[in-house]
Write a protein that binds this ligand. Structure first.
Ligand SMILES: [Fe+2]
Length: 517
């Protein structure tokens, strides 16, 4: 039975998001698909103690413009059950999949029980979707013994198979956290499989790119196995962009049109809440979720609001290496990574958290500082390294406000990196205030290992820094300790690869430096 409360809540949210049909919806009973429209699978995300987002997108021919769908509003029924065979359905309702939003559906049931598994599916035009499993968060502040989180990022489709996801699903996580480069807008020089079109610029381009990625079975199965939290990095739009500044320093108005297309396609393909619905080039993605008294996750967007990269060479605004001494702008305290509003929000979330562990999930690396011997000290401008004042402000906040057990979860560099984060990143004698775990890429190629050898020598705070392996990080979090396995797949160049645990680390509560176990 659909409760009236659930129906009304859904209607209000749909109206707010502008998602009610602008023309008559086809009644489910008189409309039949001749083939399966659920080619992109199902997904869930952003769990709270009584809800989560349930997602699907109808696409008869997912790689075609419009997904091969009629330019019609389609009624989609949804069900939530307490069993995997969907026998005990406890909520159901109807949503409207519109061509304006690529026939995507974002459902937010309410009134579910905390800390338990649920199963869900959709039905449209007489066809049923696959069944997904999801899970509500435990009651806020309630005792919780254990939470398992898989950390993933960087999945260039052309550069490899997504076998990491198959192994991740077998690890049975409560939650998957994705920190960006879910798609790549451009093409790889060496490929094991092909993108369906060249560089993405338009809404149709980004929709087709997302659709291609979602047709991968390992990725679809990972979405159907557990709820996800997600944030983006650069390639979800374009390489090394900063706010309205593109790598090639295009006209900002042109770049914002491209960003709007990419953000809309991102919204349409992800289990993100309806409040994230984009308005032109603006889409709020930052969010937090708490899991009992054990863990809080603050999910940050370090692309949309950041200051332009420091001291760019003429005609190029993306990542580059600069000598700090020749770029006074680098240390300007007004240069922001998160934007003032998000930074204040994140501080508020951290300060009010009651959780034992405070995880900060975001795209780019915080943990190293130095890419050349002193005094030539080089800074890579695209990561936190290029925003040193903003990084130091965050470290200082964590220390001064005694934020409990901060752990930063990062991605971007296609390498496993583990380190303690120092109060003053440029002074390794200053105290360690947090730990950082960078997950290697799911499939994207790494730079040469010579680079990481050099980085390890120049940055003795790095406990692991290697780009040799693709994979993910599996966290097993309890009240006393956070255990992290760096899980590597043998290869992504052929399907069905095995896995191994490359290294394991433990962070004991109250002792921020990770220790190899
Ligand atoms: Fe990447």
């Amino acid at each position: 039975m659909t409760t009236r409360r659930a129906f009304v809540a859904g209607t209000v949210a749909a109206t707010a998001a502008g998602l009610l049909p602008s023309r008559g919806a086809r009644a489910a009973e008189d409309f039949r698909f001749s083939k399966n429209p659920f080619t992109l699978g199902v997904a869930s995300g952003y769990p709270t103690p009584d809800s989560m987002v349930l997602w699907t997108r109808l696409a008869l021919s997912p790689l075609e413009p419009g997904g091969g769908m009629p330019q019609e509003v389609i009624e989609v029924d949804w069900e939530v059950a307490t069993d995997e065979r969907m026998r005990n359905v406890i909520q159901h309702g109807t949503a409207y999949a519109t061509p304006e939003w690529a026939h995507s559906v974002h459902i937010e049931p309410s009134g579910l029980d905390p800390g338990r598994d649920y199963w869900y599916r959709f039905e449209g035009g007489g066809v049923r979707s696959p069944i997904g499993r999801t899970r509500t968060a435990p009651t806020y502040g309630a005792p919780l013994d254990r939470l398992k989180i898989g950390l993933v990022n960087c999945q260039h489709y052309e550069q490899g198979y997504y076998t990491a996801y198959r192994h991740l699903v077998n690890d049975n996580p409560d939650l998957v956290v994705h920190v960006g480069d879910y798609i790549y807008e451009g093409n790889a020089p060496k490929k094991v499989r092909n993108h369906n079109l060249s560089v993405a610029f338009t809404l149709d381009d980004y929709r087709a790119r997302h659709a291609l990625y979602k047709t991968d079975r390992d990725l679809a199965n990972a979405h159907a196995a557990a709820p996800w939290l997600m944030t983006w990095d650069d390639h979800d739009v374009a390489n090394d962009y900063a706010n309205d500044v593109s790598e090639d320093d295009d006209d900002p108005q042109l770049f914002l049109a491209r960003r709007a297309a990419a953000y809309q396609a991102y919204y349409e393909h992800m289990p993100v809440p309806r409040w994230a619905v984009p308005v032109g080039p603006a889409m709020r993605l930052y969010a937090s979720r708490a899991f009992g008294n054990l863990a809080s996750i603050v999910l940050l967007d370090q692309r949309q609001y950041r200051a332009p990269e420091a001291c760019p060479p003429l005609g190029r605004a993306g990542g580059h290496r600069i000598e700090a001494a020749k770029c006074p702008e680098l240390n300007d305290p007004s240069r922001t990574m998160l934007g003032g509003r998000q930074e204040a929000w994140a501080q508020g979330q951290l300060a009010s958290s009651q959780a034992r562990w405070n995880l900060l999930a975001q795209g780019t690396l915080m943990g190293y500082n130095n890419e050349a011997p002193l005094p030539d000290k080089l800074f890579w401008t695209d990561a936190w390294n290029g925003y040193p004042a903003a990084r130091e402000r965050l470290m200082k906040f964590l220390a001064e406000r005694h934020i409990a057990n901060p752990v930063v979860l990062s991605g971007d560099i296609h390498a496993f990196v583990v380190s303690g984060l120092h109060l003053k990143p440029s002074d390794l004698d200053s105290p360690v205030v947090a730990s950082e775990f960078v997950a290697s890429s799911v499939s994207s190629d790494a730079v040469s290992e010579d680079y990481f050898e050099k980085i390890r020598k120049l940055n003795p705070n790095l406990l692991t820094a290697t780009g040799l392996n693709r994979g993910y990080v599996m966290f097993d979090i309890t009240q006393d300790r956070l255990h992290a396995d760096l899980v590597a797949v043998d290869t992504v160049k052929t399907p069905d690869s095995g896995r191994k645990t490359l290294a394991s680390y433990v962070v004991e509560a109250g002792k921020p430096t990770p220790v190899r176990s």
